[in-house]
Ligand binder design. Structure first.
Ligand SMILES: Cc1cc2nc3c(=O)[nH]c(=O)nc-3n(C[C@H](O)[C@H](O)[C@H](O)COP(=O)(O)OP(=O)(O)OC[C@H]3O[C@@H](n4cnc5c(N)ncnc54)[C@H](O)[C@@H]3O)c2cc1C
Length: 291
């Protein structure tokens, strides 16, 4: 008896030059998959994780590749991680994005991978998510019907699930320039230096002298989505960031995260890392040379 082998058909490949053209394609083929740098999509296609009838590449859509300075900066979803790192003015205003971008993959990956792809992928370990969460970035979501803006904290709904609806795409991020006295850092622990995060943490502190007037803390690979850690923030805000406070922050981090055990690490080890990274980040931000 002969067995029929069905090869999945190759998806059509479209390369629109404008958002309007992209939306028309998405309307005609709602199951089409958007591709930016392709560093995630192409791997998943090759693994047979999905079989879209069409791919719609965003690479030629120039409006997605803008970086516009201002009190609130606009960072296009199609900006590659390498372009983000090369933008001197942006790097000076948001050094925490540079710290995170430098830890994302290899040079080849960074030259293709985009900011939007990193977020829309909605992986708990997305390196750009924790720093953008502590910067309280807003996601600009665009469709043929218009544009809406949601806080990035409401963008991630679960592993590989975002707030994007049918026909919508992420067009840009809006990020307020931090006030003087605010500083932030990103720390990531992988199995080896170039690896996806076992755990990552971004911490942003606003200090008046030795006193912390505001703390923002976000974590990667420590919950089903990149997430803010409100209990940790509350343990740091309004304190002098002394040793007793750091012990409370460590305990709060270990309590608040919801890590899983997988092939890379156990949940217990990730919980331990959460506390250790928060303490290390706060120490780094309060060293005299960081001021
Ligand atoms: C070897 C290797 C190492 C890696 N290392 C890291 C790492 O250290 N840290 C890390 O965070 N990631 C890592 N990644 C994952 C990946 O490179 C990043 O998440 C990258 O930023 C994805 O961006 P992209 O432009 O390639 O996305 P794509 O693969 O093009 O797209 C990813 C997803 O986002 C959707 N999408 C893309 N753009 C938009 C948009 N504008 N609007 C709506 N949906 C959109 C796509 O449909 C797809 O579902 C690695 C990947 C590889 C292959």
């Amino acid at each position: 008896m002969s067995e029929e082998v069905r090869m999945p058909a190759s998806p059509e490949y479209h390369r629109p030059r404008s958002l309007e053209e992209a939306w028309r394609l998405l309307e005609a083929q709602p199951d089409a998959r958007l591709v930016a740098g392709g560093t995630d999509v192409l791997v998943r296609l090759r693994e047979g994780r999905y079989h879209p009838p069409a791919l719609v590449s965003l690479r030629r859509v120039e409006s997605l590749r803008r970086i516009e300075p201002g009190r609130a900066w606009t960072i296009g979803a199609g900006v590659s991680v390498a372009e983000l790192l090369e933008h001197r003015e942006l790097a000076a205003v948001f050094p925490v994005l540079v710290e995170a971008g430098r830890r994302l993959g290899s040079a080849q990956i960074r030259s293709a991978a985009t900011v939007g792809g990193n977020l829309c992928n909605a992986s708990p370990c997305a390196d750009l998510a924790p720093p953008l969460l502590v910067l309280e970035a807003r996601a600009l979501i665009a469709s043929a019907a218009g544009e809406r803006e949601v806080p990035l904290s409401e963008f991630f709904l679960g592993p590989r699930r975002t707030a994007l609806g049918p026909g919508e795409l992420l067009s840009a991020l809006r990020v307020e320039a931090p006030p003087a006295g605010a500083r932030a850092t990103f720390l990531k622990q992988g199995r080896v230096r170039m690896d996806i995060a076992l755990a990552s943490v971004a911490v942003r502190l606003e200090l008046e002298g030795a006193r912390c007037v505001e703390a923002r803390v976000a974590a990667g690979s420590l919950a089903p989505t990149p997430t803010r850690l409100g209990e940790v923030e509350a343990s740091l805000a309004g304190t002098e960031l002394d040793e007793a406070t750091l012990a409370r922050a460590r305990a709060a981090a270990e309590r608040e995260v919801r890590p899983i055990t997988d092939v890379r690490a156990s949940a217990d080890y990730r919980r331990h890392l959460a506390g250790a990274l928060v303490v290390r980040a706060v120490r780094a931000l309060t060293r005299p040379e960081a001021r």
